[in-house]
Design a protein. Sequence first.
Length: 191
Amino acid sequence: MKVFLDFDNTLVDLAQGWLDWLAKEKYIKVTTKHIKEWDWLSKTYGEHVNEYWKTPNIYDDIIPIPGSITFVEALKRIYGRENILIISNSAKNMIDEKTIFAEKYFKILPTNVLHVADKWKYTSEGVLIDDAPHNVIDHVKANQTPAILFNYRNKWGWANLKEPVKFVTTCINYADCLTELAKIKKKFFSK
Ligand SMILES: [Mg+2]
């Protein structure tokens, strides 16, 4: 069984740096719970909130979500290093930074880091773990294999389903993800 891990807000906290910057530079104070959709901030406050993303070397200031490094280590041990992939819809200017980050913190080889849009096209042989509802929904619909919607400690306002979706389970921490993956392996990938 392959496990496809989204990167931003599944393994690293991309939101907090942005929110800290907004508070400091734009005097906008919000928490991740307020963000019901990823473009909610620009729709509410204007495009200037996205200036943050032009900051060079954003990943220098970004840290892995607590527990994510241990989680990835456990996944490699249980499912085999070659079966753990990072899949991320990366802006062009962030591809190198993210790949280096993935290798440094998660010891994932660059060949197992995929920078793609339409993730579902690449995830047919496994499970996708992702904080974006549209990615998990597209994956289960196209591939008929399960996905985990990751909503870290229930703090991500956007990582919720409007209604239950077949094959999608929500997990709010990494321990729950490991338990869910074991169930998925037994049910879907035990042949
Ligand atoms: Mg994400």
